[in-house]
Design a protein around this ligand. Structure first.
Ligand SMILES: [Zn+2]
Length: 113
């Protein structure tokens, strides 16, 4: 259900953007999803296929860019990719970190005719 609400929200943005440029057709939808959001790209794709039916975005290609979870260690300032259940700095074993990537969830751009 998580993905349904998120996809609906993103699709609203797509339609709004398309309207702003007076598009006749949306040909491509580019999305960015961070790993940490827990959003499953296949589900987003599935819901979009469903939602775009009978709209100007019907048949649009959906491109989803997944962003890996990244953190910066507060102790040694090193940036590293976080593993799922291990948020320890690989350099100094510190565990006070700032998440710097992986929470993205937005419509990057759309392509229209
Ligand atoms: Zn460190």
């Amino acid at each position: 259900m998580h993905e349904l609400a998120i996809t609906q929200n993103m699709f609203d943005i797509v339609l709004k953007k398309a309207e702003q440029v007076h598009a006749k057709k949306v040909t491509k939808i580019n999305l960015v999803i961070g790993e940490m959001t827990g959003v499953v790209s296949d589900s987003v794709q599935f819901y979009l296929d469903f939602m775009t039916k009978d709209t100007i975005a019907e048949g649009a290609v959906v491109s989803i860019k997944m962003v890996p979870a990244q953190a910066r260690c507060r102790n040694c300032n090193r940036t590293f990719e976080m593993q799922e259940y291990d948020w320890t700095c690989p350099n100094c074993q510190g565990n006070i970190i700032d998440v710097i990537a992986g929470k993205e969830l937005f419509v990057e751009s759309i392509e229209v005719d």
